[in-house]
Ligand binder design. Structure first.
Ligand SMILES: Cc1cc2nc3c(=O)[nH]c(=O)nc-3n(C[C@H](O)[C@H](O)[C@H](O)COP(=O)(O)OP(=O)(O)OC[C@H]3O[C@@H](n4cnc5c(N)ncnc54)[C@H](O)[C@@H]3O)c2cc1C
Length: 593
């Protein structure tokens, strides 16, 4: 820290350096923990720039964490960790363009609440709205609708603080390369400090969920399943060979809450949790648990339906219940029936086992397997790291495994190895945020193709020292990153079992490194057209080379302040997502899948 004190003493005391060395970071699912050397919560753009400039001077890796909802080690660091929860204001609302411009730390929930005040709302959401806007964009977060693509398809422009401390705007019209690299950045490009997001008019949806047979899902796959309503998602119950199909359309009908049941609150929540825990010791009960738990909530006979009318911004959400591993892959929608039939055959131990070369004997998995869709085929400005399909709709298969009372289920390794084998056999691509573990960087290189090369070119020019690179990036992208570690790249040196489950991740920034060849390439030239910024933004030069402009913001450094320890995933234990409502048996968690 001597070096830091030395550097701090020569900086402007009017720009605070809000940091603590007492923070323990953990993912929402408590799958990973790490102890950053410094945890920083800036409130203004100059503070963010000061952190980046100091990190560069002190030779630190910087990782930004949103709310830690990515269950992998993507956000783990022993170096400097920035959280933008205090940098999440609305900057402006443009009614004519239906856009809301916000600071990068805003959570989706707050963004939607603020937008609603102006009669606007996000056009699509995933299962939850707790993520930060920048974090959600960074990992290609999606919902489930063939009329929508990734959440990032609504991003009209971005502003990033790059490794040299400069704040740069980008959009389809301005610095397009940087924009396409930033639309899915995996946190490895710079710090997203501002997002201009396109909304639609606020409204309501009427949703309906129905228990159907798996055969019905497969029979209607190519006809009505995904197209009859704007939003559709499917929960596949692998042992019952049934599914719950949730679908919704916009409506002007009056709000109508879902019917309350005595089982849908705490009773159902704790029953399933305890049965999952028991199944860690007696795995063969899982098919019966699936029948009982989902039968109690959604009915024991096919054809059972429930429905409700809710605001779009809450109606799309659901409760994700307990700590969990998630392993989600994207493949062309047309391959869905084959993928489901093969996985079903393997899970149920049927002849041929779906052609998956691992035994499923004695192995029992959790329900549900989520089946969702998106369509990015008409997306004009595609992210370089796009993991969807440009020539048709994309299907997502998500193998969920709950960690009852934070305990890892015994089936995890064999199930995920087999599932990932199948996904790769079918040419699928993993969801970046999730717990994939059996993929080589060569496979990813092949599947991400040219886009990955383009992304790396922009990334390496924007961050030549690897200030934003960590072990996750090295592990998954090494075939393209090259063999030489970057000067500030953080590598994993230990991983131990954490006290409350999950793994404690320890890293270090490489001390002696070579210089990657990419440094010799011609730097990208970025232009800053309007020079306007969010409150506190420093002015930028009108045209600059961002690799060589490293000292441009040097006058902004300084100040020192200590924060209380806090938690970027807000609390522990069971969490209630998706517009939770109190019912007479506790918070409704099972009323909607
Ligand atoms: C209960 C639950 C439900 C989920 N549902 C869905 C779903 O329906 N669909 C789906 O696709 N995904 C889903 N996810 C995954 C989730 O959307 C992603 O993990 C998302 O990235 C989490 O956002 P976050 O703010 O927590 O970011 P984090 O997990 O904290 O960070 C994710 C990445 O973003 C980077 N990052 C964060 N902030 C910035 C910034 N300001 N600038 C640059 N980089 C930044 C980080 O460095 C990291 O690389 C779900 C996850 C959970 C736990």
């Amino acid at each position: 820290m001597d070096r830091l004190q030395q550097e701090l003493s020569s900086t402007d005391p009017d720009v605070p350096f809000r940091a603590t060395d007492k923070h323990v970071h953990h993912t929402w699912a408590r799958t990973f923990q790490s102890r950053p050397e410094l945890y920083l919560k800036p409130r203004t753009l100059p503070e963010i720039q000061k952190i980046v400039n100091l990190a560069r001077k002190c030779r630190k890796r910087v990782v930004v964490v949103g709310c830690g909802h990515s269950p992998s080690d993507l956000t783990c660091s022993s170096s400097w960790m920035i959280n933008l929860d205090d940098f999440g204001r609305v900057v402006r609302v443009d009614q004519s363009k239906k856009t809301v411009t916000v600071e990068g730390g805003i959570r989706l929930q707050k963004l939607n609440e603020e937008a609603n005040r102006h009669g606007l709302t996000m056009r699509n959401l995933g299962s939850i709205d707790e993520q930060s806007i920048a974090g959600a964009i960074a990992t290609a977060t999606h919902g489930s609708s063939l009329r929508h693509g990734l959440l990032s398809e609504s991003v009209r422009s971005l502003r990033l603080v790059l490794a040299n401390g400069q704040a740069v705007r980008c959009s389809k019209e301005q610095n397009e390369d940087l924009f396409r690299a930033a639309l899915i950045s995996l946190g490895a490009l710079g710090i997203i400090v501002e997002v201009e997001f396109e909304m639609i008019e606020a409204g309501k949806i009427e949703w309906e969920q129905e228990l159907v047979s798996l055969r019905h899902v497969l029979d209607t796959w190519d006809t009505t399943l995904w197209t009859q309503k704007e939003y559709t998602r499917v929960w596949w119950m692998p042992y019952m060979k049934r599914a719950i199909v949730w679908s919704a359309d916009k409506t002007s009908k009056p709000l109508r809450p879902p019917k309350e049941t005595w089982y849908g609150g705490s009773v159902g929540f704790h029953t399933y949790h305890n049965l999952l825990w028991l199944s860690n010791y007696v795995p063969w009960i899982l098919p019966t648990v699936e029948w009982f738990v989902f039968g109690m909530q959604y009915g024991f006979s096919v054809g059972n339906k429930t429905s409700a009318v809710e605001e779009l911004r809450t109606g799309l959400l659901m409760n994700c219940l307990y700590s969990q591993f998630v392993n989600e892959w994207a493949l062309p929608l047309t391959k869905g029936p084959e993928a489901i039939n093969r996985l079903s055959a393997w899970i149920n131990g049927e002849a041929g086992g779906g052609g998956i070369p691992f035994s499923s004997k004695g192995l029992y998995v959790h329900c549900p397997i989520e089946v969702r869709v998106s369509d990015t085929s008409d997306t004009v400005c595609r992210p370089y790291l796009d993991n969807t399909y440009s020539d048709g709709p994309t299907l997502y298969l998500n193998a969920t495994l709950y960690r009852a009372y934070l305990q890892d289920p015994p089936c995890r390794a064999r199930y995920y190895e087999a599932f990932e084998w199948l996904m790769q056999d079918m040419g699928a691509k993993p969801h970046y945020a999730k717990n994939f573990a059996y993929v080589s960087s060569d496979y990813l290189k092949e599947k991400l193709g040219d886009g990955l090369e383009q992304w790396l070119k922009v990334r390496n020019e924007a961050d030549p020292d690897g200030m934003f690179l960590g072990e996750w990036h090295r592990r998954n992208l090494s075939a393209s990153l090259g063999p030489v570690r970057f000067a500030l790249e953080e590598r994993e040196i230990a991983r131990t079992k954490a006290r409350d489950g999950g793994q404690l991740w320890v890293g270090e920034v490489a001390s002696s490194v070579g210089v990657p060849e990419t440094f010799n390439q011609t730097p990208l030239v970025l232009t800053e057209k309007d020079g306007k910024g969010s409150p506190g933004a420093s002015s930028s030069t009108s045209s600059f080379d961002f690799m060589h402009g490293a000292e441009a913001q040097s006058t902004l450094w300084t100040g020192s302040e200590v924060l209380d320890d806090d938690d970027d995933t807000e609390g522990e234990g069971p969490r209630y997502h998706g517009n939770p409502k109190k019912t007479f048996t506790g918070t409704a968690v099972f009323d909607k899948m």
